[in-house]
Design a protein around this ligand. Structure first.
Ligand code: SF4
Length: 543
């Protein structure tokens, strides 16, 4: 007998986690519906689907720790609506926190680690009234309220044999282009960063801590998206798009490039966004990535001091970071990065070195913050061991050992990251604008796209200059005791500045959108240059 499964997950873009599960379930003959839920306003959509679809099982993807309370609330409502439906949850967070999650009586089971094989087995067992004990990776409570942990799968699935994730009929649009996300691998060859749970997530696996899809298999999926859905922008969600050695990366990229051409993809007609560690790139690799249409690189800098990199167990060096940024500046790619300059052992010297890095790279879009506690990460164990843990599950907080850095972090939380601060959203907007300005250069090279790129760089530099000045002011407050007035003044200045620049960033995004719409039409008629060089048309379309 086959079953009906309702898959629920946050979907700001297609959620590959649930979409891989959906594809596997369909392959095994089950009926699947996917319903997005990224916030409480979407509860009604889930409940409506629950009433009309009558699923045998609801599977909730609880990948993000911050969203766990919201999903537990949703599950409560699901059970109020249909007390008999089996509710299972999965994802990184429940994989490690299954005991606490199973304390919620509304959750019937938790699927730990990767879910394709377990979810298919679970629905089979449910519709055929069999015993849950045969379902791999499953945890649940017995009738006597004892947590039962089933056997674990110790190998990665063969990624080349997995069905491609289910897609919507119409792709999302991002940066003004038809867009899809993909993964080319699972796990991570490094698997050691202190703030990351990926090492623990794949710890039970025998063999390497990561698995790869073949380049041919990746190209096949991209070809389908390109031809059937006219997708042009592909974002790779692999934490490391590149491999442990440069030789291996180069060979893999070369095969991917050849395979894309074989699939009938015009390389100049696609754009890629990737993430990589700084030690992963060299000139040949970047040249190949550029040829394949890479317009954005999120560089895993994470900390710009040797002691910080060591404390975060990044296994990369400041020299590698600097040389990769220098190298990347010779290529037409938007380079962005994040600095986790606050962590339990951070010192003021490290903070200085990170500020120095920001100042040196003011032309790039970046973000900064604290290494947060993710369930299953080594950081979680460290702060517990050092008795630095504060706050409440699942929103853990912790103290930084150095009092001055701790104070600096709290002052940052009261300014840059206070509730309703416009800075976090603006920094993400700038990252998107950086990628988009390079995408425009790639798809629509010419005078106007060049001007838009220059405008983006100026905007990013202005915001970063103000951010650095503010950060230095906050730094100067650390040694003072009477800071309330200064802090309020600075917060007000930030509101005005970031409010103003958030609006400018939105307007620039809109301008890029208008440019793309018009330039596409001119390109179709073979006269793209005419629009790029026309002052009159520029005035008409406000570009
Ligand atoms: S942060 Fe990135 S490099 Fe570090 S372990 Fe996680 S996935 Fe790997």
């Amino acid at each position: 007998m086959k079953g009906k499964v309702l898959l629920v997950g946050a979907e700001d873009e297609e959620n590959l986690a649930i979409r891989y599960l959906g594809a596997q379930l369909q392959e095994n003959g089950h009926t699947v519906r996917i319903v997005p839920c990224s916030n409480r306003n979407e509860f009604s959509g889930v409940l409506k689907e629950l009433r009309s679809f009558h699923p045998d099982m609801v599977a909730v993807s609880m990948a993000f720790q911050s969203l766990a309370p919201m999903f537990l609330e949703l599950i409560h409502k699901i059970k109020e609506t249909n007390p008999h439906v089996h509710v299972t949850v999965g994802g990184h967070f429940p994989t490690f926190e299954f005991e606490k999650i199973l304390d919620y009586k509304t959750v019937d089971s938790v699927i730990r680690f990767e879910g394709e094989a377990p979810i298919s087995s679970l629905i089979d067992v449910l519709v055929n009234n069999e015993n849950l004990s045969s379902v791999p990776n499953l945890v649940y409570k017995s009738e006597k309220d004892v947590v039962k942990e089933n056997h674990l799968i110790t190998e990665f699935p063969d990624l080349n044999r997995l069905k491609f994730p289910l897609r919507n009929n119409k792709p999302h649009t991002r940066l003004g282009e038809r867009f899809a996300t993909l993964v080319t691998s699972r796990g991570c060859f490094h698997s050691r960063c202190i703030y990351c749970c990926i090492g623990a997530f794949h710890k039970q696996k025998t063999g390497l801590p990561y698995a790869l899809r073949s380049p041919e298999n990746v190209a096949l999926e991209m070809g389908k998206l390109y031809h059937d859905q006219k997708v042009r922008l592909f974002q790779f969600h692999d934490d490391n798009f590149l491999l442990p050695t440069k030789e291996a990366s180069y060979a893999r990229l070369n095969t991917l490039k050849r395979s894309l051409i074989k699939e009938g993809i015009e390389l100049e007609d696609i754009a890629l966004l990737i993430k990589t560690r700084p030690d992963g790139v060299d000139e040949d690799i970047l040249a190949l990535l550029e040829e394949m249409g890479t317009v954005g690189v999120f560089l895993g800098v994470e900390n710009a001091s040797e002691t910080g990199l060591k404390a975060l167990v990044r296994s990369s060096s400041v020299e590698e970071i600097n040389s990769s940024i220098e190298l990347l500046e010779n290529f037409d790619m938007g380079v962005t990065f994040n600095l986790l300059m606050f962590h339990p052992r951070a010192t003021l010297k490290e903070i200085n070195e990170n500020i120095y890095c920001m100042n040196k790279n003011k032309n790039l879009a970046f973000d900064f913050g604290r290494a947060e506690i993710v369930a299953g990460s080594p950081l979680e164990n460290l702060v517990k061991r050092k008795r630095l843990l504060e706050g409440k599950w699942p929103h853990w907080d912790y103290r930084i050992q150095d009092d001055a850095v701790e104070k600096l972090f709290r002052l940052n939380s009261l300014t840059f990251y206070r509730e309703n601060s416009l800075y976090p959203e603006l920094s993400h907007k700038l990252i998107a604008l950086s990628y988009r300005s390079h995408l425009l250069q790639h798809f629509y090279p010419g005078k106007k796209s060049g001007n838009l790129k220059d405008e983006t760089e100026r905007l990013i530099s202005k915001v970063n200059t103000f951010t650095l000045e503010s950060l230095i002011q906050i730094y100067s407050f650390v040694g003072e005791s009477e800071i309330k007035e200064n802090l309020n003044r600075l917060s007000n200045e930030m509101d005005v500045f970031y409010g103003n620049y958030a609006e400018r960033a939105s307007k620039l995004g809109e301008k890029m959108g208008r440019f793309q719409v018009v330039e596409k039409k001119f390109q179709e008629k073979g006269v793209g240059d005419y629009f790029q060089n026309s002052t009159t048309l520029g005035r008409i379309f406000r570009i």
